[in-house]
Write a new protein. Structure first.
Length: 418
């Protein structure tokens, strides 16, 4: 066969193949039901998703955007709901969508929607109760993207973080452990994530550990507080001091126990007042308790009373650090602030806060939770606003996950703010 004849036949074959493949028809309508909900440094885009179509999101700062315009950021082959991030809080963004059908051209675009991301902490959604037991602590493992909540009578729940989930809010599902020591029913007062495992503290000094939040092991080296007949243990924290890990547990009667490994414990009693919380904000330990007790320590060995602290008989419950300030909260709306951890000021917001505040966390702003589901939040630690979590139950603990606060409390209460 001559080369010219071969080329003619090859060209004819290509033409036949091309004629056999026809480009799919583009969607005739724009995506419907487009909505854009604001979040903290992000938004959630939802629409009515139809099978067989590929969806595109185009967005940019401002009040308008054109699909497929040069330089416009886009997200391809997205599913509803879709979180769009990172975005700048306080900046308006415009969003538009279209769809393709297999390899078709794009169909019509939706109307442009605008939305402005904002800080979380002011708007809350309450989930259904997780049961009759009070939940006293919550922790987050960013590696597994998993949350753990603990409470009375050995109650433990684990849930995978799911920002777009609405039922339950913030997690895919709350589930009990797959394995827990037989017969364990001690009240759990606190839980934390140490970077490698979850650690839960019992009011009787018992220690439970878990690598994944589902399988739990009871330590044979509990906090030596005296067990069920000893002082109640209320809180647990850990910090890195001089490249060494230190665990600290505090409880009633001013008891403080420290350990480098959760095996060997050392006792200290710098005060006789009950201690309700210990934390490690900004590289130092802060313990708070009854009758306005506030202790600080750089090494968990030497505990000192700050040089200047306002006199208050109200119990202090929780501490955090952010935006250059330490903040401690307590009963009857008590709020103390400090820039150095030594000199403290009593903050009296206008209008004054009256509800007990049981816990506080700084994520992107200060958020405190407490009595009757009330929430107080602030961007500067000085000016505070209040809102409701959507629950009337007392809230005992709050955690910050990516773009979301999650609080837990009495009778299985749980609530999130996005």
């Amino acid at each position: 066969m001559s080369r010219p004849m071969f080329r003619v036949m090859a060209l004819a074959s290509l033409i036949m193949l091309a004629s056999c493949h026809r480009q799919a028809a583009a969607p005739g309508d724009a995506p419907t039901g487009l909505a854009v909900a604001p979040g903290d440094g992000q938004v959630t885009v939802t629409w009515d998703q139809q099978p067989g179509l590929t969806y595109w999101i185009f967005y940019q700062a401002g009040d308008t955007v054109t699909a497929a315009a040069p330089g416009v950021p886009l997200l391809f082959d997205v599913q509803s709901p879709r979180v769009v991030f990172p975005l700048v809080n306080g900046t308006q963004y415009a969003f538009v969508m279209n769809a393709t059908n297999q390899d078709s051209k794009a169909g019509p675009s939706t109307p442009v929607m605008t939305q402005t991301p904002r800080l979380s902490g002011s708007s809350w959604t309450s989930g259904l109760s997780l049961g009759p037991q009070d939940l006293n602590g919550v922790a987050y493992n960013p590696t597994l993207n998993r949350l753990v909540a603990v409470g009375n009578a050995g109650t433990i729940f684990a849930g995978d973080f799911n920002y777009t989930s609405t039922d339950p809010p913030g997690v895919t599902a709350w589930t009990p452990p797959t394995s827990i020591p037989a017969g364990f029913v001690s009240d759990l007062s606190a839980v934390m994530f140490s970077g490698s495992q979850f650690i839960a503290l019992g009011t009787d000094g018992s220690i439970l550990t878990s690598a994944d939040g589902n399988t739990w092991i009871l330590s044979t080296n509990p906090v030596p507080s005296g067990g069920a007949t000893g002082p109640r243990m209320n809180s647990l924290a850990f910090g890195i001091v001089s490249n060494a890990t230190i665990y600290v547990a505090v409880g009633d009667g001013g008891h403080i126990f420290t350990s480098p490994d959760l095996v060997t414990w050392t006792a200290a009693s710098p005060t006789g007042n009950n201690l309700y919380n210990v934390s490690f904000p900004n590289g130092s330990f802060v313990a708070t308790g009854a009758n306005g007790t506030l202790l600080t320590s750089a090494d968990a060995i030497t505990w000192t009373l700050p040089n200047s602290i306002p006199s208050t008989s109200n119990a202090l419950r929780g501490a955090t650090f952010g935006a250059g300030s330490y903040v401690v909260v307590g009963d009857a709306g008590t709020i103390l602030t400090s820039t150095d951890g030594t000199s403290w000021s009593l903050i009296t917001p206008a209008p004054p806060l009256t509800q007990d505040l049981r816990a506080i966390r700084f994520g992107t702003r200060f958020v405190a939770v407490g009595q009757a589901g009330n929430v107080a939040y602030s961007d500067d630690a000085i000016n505070w606003l209040t809102t409701s979590s959507g629950s009337t139950a007392n809230l005992a603990a709050v955690i910050f996950t990516p773009g979301m606060y999650l609080a837990v409390g009495a009778s299985g209460a749980n609530a999130v703010s996005k």
